[in-house]
Design a protein around this ligand. Structure first.
Ligand code: AMP
Length: 283
């Protein structure tokens, strides 16, 4: 069996490990995750490996990005399996802080992101979310001081929020986006897919199929509004409660009235049963 990577759980342990990692002029990549690792996460680790000589993966289920009614308590936690997967990738260090290490008693500072965090997509349905993400990612970047940090395009708005934050706060890290990894039927891989019943799992690829259909129609010159209307109907008819299906400018996330307004990205979020899924696609 491949040797498990060292796991730091306290800031003191992290600092000791970083001192060793950073000797011999290593470049460092950080891949932040909430664990329950799947092939999507591993693709980020491999991209990180190509961009830096040392790879750190953080595993922290961040309470600050869950609302009280969301799934913090039941979020899948599979540390042993995660460490085995990271060992196979020869990850150099796992940063798995305890909640107390990340948010000690009396913790009272937050990062409040603007711009892409207020685009009216995820933020409209999860108003607490990007504040929690920005605060924890800001901390992770300051704790690990990586040269590059890899995030998935799966969480497209999050990627834009983190990229903006790193620039605005002069964090000195290059944020890299990695393409969405999908199951064979097109469903975007997600730690939350384990929540899906067999029936829901069968319906779930409708999101990606709808994105693909809409993208093809838009590329073919059809109008944005009518295309999205049909896409929304298809998602609802498949049994989803739709939060949004939108066409946005791929960089600013501003609404797009026509494809002529700039590079476009389609973004969707919808609930099937109790599980909320998100996906997106370049047009
Ligand atoms: P999470 O553990 O869900 O917070 O995700 C950690 C990182 O993995 C984030 O940057 C996600 O965007 C990325 N990620 C999650 N699922 C996928 C996927 N299917 N393809 C690519 N990246 C992903």
């Amino acid at each position: 069996m491949t040797r498990r990577p060292p796991v730091a759980r306290s800031l003191a342990a992290l600092r000791r490990s970083l001192d060793t990692l950073r000797s011999r002029r290593a470049t460092v990549a950080l891949v932040p995750t909430m664990g329950a690792l799947h092939a999507g996460h591993i693709s980020l680790v491999r991209l990180a490996r190509r961009r830096a000589s040392r790879v750190i993966v953080s595993i922290f289920v961040n309470p600050k990005q869950f609302a009280p009614h969301e799934d913090f308590g039941s979020y899948p936690r599979t540390m042993d399996a995660d460490l085995a997967k990271l060992a196979a990738e020869k990850v150099d260090l796992v940063w798995a802080p305890t909640a107390e290490a990340m948010y000690p008693d009396g913790f009272s500072t937050a990062i409040a992101p603007g711009g892409p965090a207020l685009a009216g997509l995820e933020d409209r349905f999860r108003p607490h979310f990007f504040g929690g993400v920005a605060t924890v990612v800001g901390k992770l970047l300051l704790q690990c001081r990586p040269d590059v940090a890899v995030f998935g395009e799966k969480d497209y708005q999050q990627l834009k929020v983190v990229t903006r934050m790193a620039r605005d706060l002069d964090l000195g890290v290059k944020v890299i986006g990695a393409p969405v990894r999908r199951e064979r039927d097109g469903l975007a891989m997600s730690s939350r897919n384990v929540y899906l019943s067999a029936d829901e799992r069968r319906s779930a690829p409708v999101l990606y199929r709808t994105l693909k259909d809409c993208a093809a129609r838009l590329r073919g010159g059809e109008a944005v509004a009518a295309t999205l209307e049909d896409g929304r109907r298809a998602v609802v008819e498949a049994g989803f409660a739709l939060d949004y299906l939108e066409a946005r400018h791929a960089e600013s996330l501003a609404p797009l009235a026509s494809l002529g307004d700039g590079p476009a990205r389609l973004l969707v979020a919808a609930k099937i049963g109790h599980t909320r899924l998100i996906d997106n696609l370049k047009v």
